[in-house]
Ligand binder design. Structure first.
Ligand SMILES: [Zn+2]
Length: 295
């Protein structure tokens, strides 16, 4: 009997140990930055690894991502948004408490009503923010607008972006930005979208088109991205319309996509579909063509 009890206690102890180990592993995993975050700005950007660079207030705690004023700032991962409006140097700012346990800071959000530096806007939804204070957001969801508030006033609009693993000290966002997924558009998950993609043919089979995309325009947001140079594979259903534009400019029906040659200029209108993160990222074979126009 004694042996039995010991064994039972041993098992209990083992279970408890495994439980603690699993718990610790989960806590550790929860403090890791996801390998691929969503790039926090949609559109054309410029940034360098300026983390730690000397600044008047001390070493720079993030990377400055230069972008057009009012560019969409999107959630690097799923999480919860908290406004911060009382820092003179940060201006309009938000915290994104990521589900991984990482906190992201979005600083110098927009405070202009027009496209000039009028400083007439407040740190409110519609000007600085795209969601309510406290909102739970999905990865890639627009949460704010890039701007020049705080001590960025009068400089180029940029997002000062910080990464705090486990809610601790800031680390350089640069390696995460380099590996981040850049979005073609941003829309609330499940809402309908369509894209017009302009570029050149990489390869084409009867039901699949691989193209190098130069320009993307999204509906309904009308967000236009240029100089993309991104290769995207689209599904081509039987119902997709194929056209070529002849020398007269009049569209002619093309019998097969396989006639397309590498390097041919092509415009694709995608099938209207509900927005997903995969579609926003332009993952292979997620977007589907509705109309293909070959030059
Ligand atoms: Zn900065």
């Amino acid at each position: 009997m004694r042996r039995h009890r010991t064994t039972a206690r041993g098992v209990l102890f083992l279970v408890a140990t495994i439980g603690v180990a699993v718990g610790a592993a989960a806590a550790f995993a929860a403090n890791k930055v996801p390998e691929h975050i969503v790039f926090p700005v949609v559109g054309r950007v410029q940034y360098t690894d300026d983390f730690g660079a000397p600044r008047p207030g001390g070493p720079h705690q993030g990377n400055d991502i230069i972008a057009a004023k009012k560019s969409p700032a999107v959630a690097a991962e799923a999480g919860k948004v908290k406004y911060w409006t009382t820092s003179r140097s940060a201006g309009c700012m938000l915290y994104l408490y990521g589900e991984s346990g990482t906190n992201y800071y979005y600083i110098h959000l927009n405070n202009d009503v027009t496209m000039t530096n009028d400083n007439r806007g407040k740190c409110v939804k519609g000007t600085a923010y795209a969601v309510k204070n406290g909102a739970k957001v999905a990865a890639g969801q627009q949460i704010a607008y890039v701007g020049d508030s705080g001590d960025a006033d009068g400089r180029s609009a940029h997002l000062h972006f910080e990464v705090h693993p486990g809610g601790g000290k800031a680390v350089s966002p640069y390696p995460y930005l380099q590996k981040a997924y850049k979005l073609l558009f941003t829309a609330k998950a499940g809402t309908p979208f369509a894209l017009a993609l302009t570029g050149t043919v990489v390869s084409a089979t009867i039901d699949r088109l691989v193209m190098n995309v130069a320009t993307s325009q999204a509906w309904p947001s009308a967000l236009m991205l240029t100089k993309l140079n991104r290769t995207i594979a689209l599904g081509v259903p039987e119902t997709a319309l194929l056209q070529s534009v002849g020398p007269t400019g009049a569209p002619r029906t093309v019998t097969s996509l396989t006639l397309a040659q590498k390097g041919d200029r092509v415009v694709v209108w995608t099938q209207p579909a509900p927005a997903t993160l995969k579609a926003e990222r332009g993952d292979d074979d997620v977007l589907s063509a509705a109309l293909i126009q070959l030059d």
